[in-house]
Design a protein around this ligand. Structure first.
Ligand code: TNX
Length: 506
């Protein structure tokens, strides 16, 4: 049973189906408009807990601004006129794991996808087609009208990520969740947590408790640091999962390990724990490659992390191991990498892993600086995740005026961050070698959520579009006026985004 709504004569907004970021694959404008009425319901098919949860997620997003408590119910077949229909029934299988079709008719709004993840992605499109005031935390006047038409949409790359360094400065669960929620609005599907480095070890490992009680007690600049309990981490994983975002945890080895070395003397070749470090130097620390305990450490950490990580990848870092010889680096990963397989996961590491003589099945290397190493990884059957430092490092300053951030990889304006193609940037790395792209946010120089938001927005929105939308036809001039319409939405969420003149912000 459903209550039909009868206002089918609403006028379509002049923006039509425009202003969606990432740009959908195809959008065809129809006649008229769908008007969301207070009497509408959200009907899901099939009535599984997952689909009902998606319906409730959407109802919860609409309630503050509309004041409507839209009921969510299971249905078989399309509901009656005036309602919203979310379904995986009779979907076009070629839309894949995350694609969807959005059909907006004056009498029905429906999102159809082969998988619930596609329904979630489609709901982000629906939110973007509603007036920006839909994102307000308090009741607004509406009307809540969407232009009639059809969108058929699916991603270019399967891995569209953001990375946050919680080691140099620690960020609590609610900060991380806010970033995940924002990223998911732009259809990002992977959130990589850089959980350990020289300055802090940030996740409780029950079999090695000092890693956090000692190694988690500091941060860059000497602050108090902090760490996630495994329950905290699981809360982040669940929050991300509800947004169809996969958490990829990173424990960086064998370098970038001073916090672990300071926590356990036995991980050091000289048997002595160094002091905790709060400076930003790199390349001085290494697990003891000849010590069996180092591999016990890796296997215990990967086993405990794997048990609370539903995603299929564990990141073992491997970058800037300058205190480890190349032979030792190879010897280290030959013994350490199988722990990831044993834990039932696949290995991802930074591009230095391309120096190894072989890679395990399904290995991914994350390109940030060395094209040679990335090509080496491809030659050994690995796939590449693109995070070029001079295009995708969100800790780089936008320009000379930026109040904080790094410059070693250059300035990265919003335009520079947007105008590149992962499949043509590096000689010898082509589309079929890639799993996708990821934008890292390192935090040596960033210590507050406000800082993070300023560096990530709006650049992250551009990376989301590079990962999702077709390369063909993407232009900065068109994009900048489309992303400009998202200013009021970012403002509604209290995001401290960078408002430069490069984008004609509304
Ligand atoms: C290089 S990228 C690093 C990080 C720093 C970053 C700062 C990478 C794998 N290593 O340790 O935080 O530069 O931009």
């Amino acid at each position: 049973m459903c209550t039909p709504s009868t206002d089918f004569g609403a006028t379509a907004p002049s923006s039509g189906l425009g202003n969606v970021v990432p740009l959908p694959v195809t959008a065809t404008l129809g006649t008229g408009a769908f008007k969301l009425a207070s009497t509408a319901g959200i009907y899901v098919e099939p009535g599984t807990p997952e689909m009902l949860a998606l319906g409730q997620y959407f109802a919860d997003k609409l309630e503050p601004a509309t004041g409507y408590a839209l009921p969510v119910a299971a249905t078989t077949g399309a509901p009656c006129a005036g309602n919203i229909y979310l379904t995986t029934a009779n979907a076009d299988a070629t839309l894949g794991a995350e694609g969807y079709t959005l059909s907006v008719d004056p009498r029905l709004l429906s999102v159809t996808a082969p998988q619930p993840a596609g329904v979630f992605r489609g709901l982000q499109t629906v939110r973007q087609l509603l007036p920006a005031s839909i994102e307000s935390a308090s009741a607004q006047s509406g009307p809540w009208v969407i232009a009639a038409g059809t969108i058929r949409d699916l991603p270019r790359f399967s891995w569209r990520g953001m990375m946050l360094d919680v080691s140099r400065h620690f960020f609590g669960v609610s900060d991380v969740e806010k970033l995940i929620d924002l990223a998911s609005y732009y259809k990002i599907n992977t959130f990589h947590l850089h959980l350990s480095d020289d300055q802090g070890f940030r996740i409780v490992i029950n079999s090695w408790p000092n890693l956090t009680t000692v190694g988690g007690s500091t941060a860059v600049g000497g602050g108090a640091g902090g760490f996630y309990t495994q329950a905290d981490y699981s809360a982040i994983v669940a929050y991300a999962k509800a947004r169809y975002v996969t958490i990829v945890p990173e424990i960086d080895v064998p370098g970038h390990t001073n916090a672990a070395l300071a926590s356990y003397a036995e991980l050091n070749c000289n048997g002595q724990a160094p002091a905790l470090r709060t400076d930003t130097a790199v390349g001085y620390s290494s697990l003891c490659v000849s010590a069996d305990r180092s591999y016990q450490f890796v296997s215990d950490v990967t086993r405990e992390l794997a048990a609370i990580t539903p995603g299929s990848y564990l990141h073992l870092g491997g970058d800037e191991a300058k205190a480890t010889s190349v032979d030792d680096f190879k010897a280290f990963f030959t013994r350490a990498a199988p722990a990831v397989q044993t834990a039932g996961k696949s290995l991802i590491g930074w591009d230095a892993l391309g120096q190894l003589d072989s890679l395990p099945a399904n290995a991914v290397v994350q390109f940030w600086t060395s094209a040679d190493n990335a090509r080496g990884a491809i030659a050994h059957g690995g796939k590449v995740l693109m995070s070029p430092a001079n295009k995708a490092y969100m800790d780089m300053k936008y320009d000379m005026q930026s109040p904080f951030g790094q410059t070693w990889a250059g300035y990265i304006s919003e335009q520079t961050g947007y105008e590149w193609d992962p499949a043509t940037l590096v000689d010898g790395i082509t589309e079929s070698d890639l799993v996708g792209l990821e934008a890292p946010l390192w935090t040596e120089l960033l210590s507050t959520l406000d800082n993070l938001e300023y560096m990530a927005f709006p650049r992250l929105i551009g990376y989301a579009e590079i990962g999702w939308s077709k390369a063909n036809g993407r232009t900065w001039d068109e994009y900048k006026s489309r992303v400009a319409t998202h200013g009021p939405r970012l403002a509604a969420w209290n995001v401290n985004y960078y408002k430069s003149d490069a984008i004609p912000w509304q």
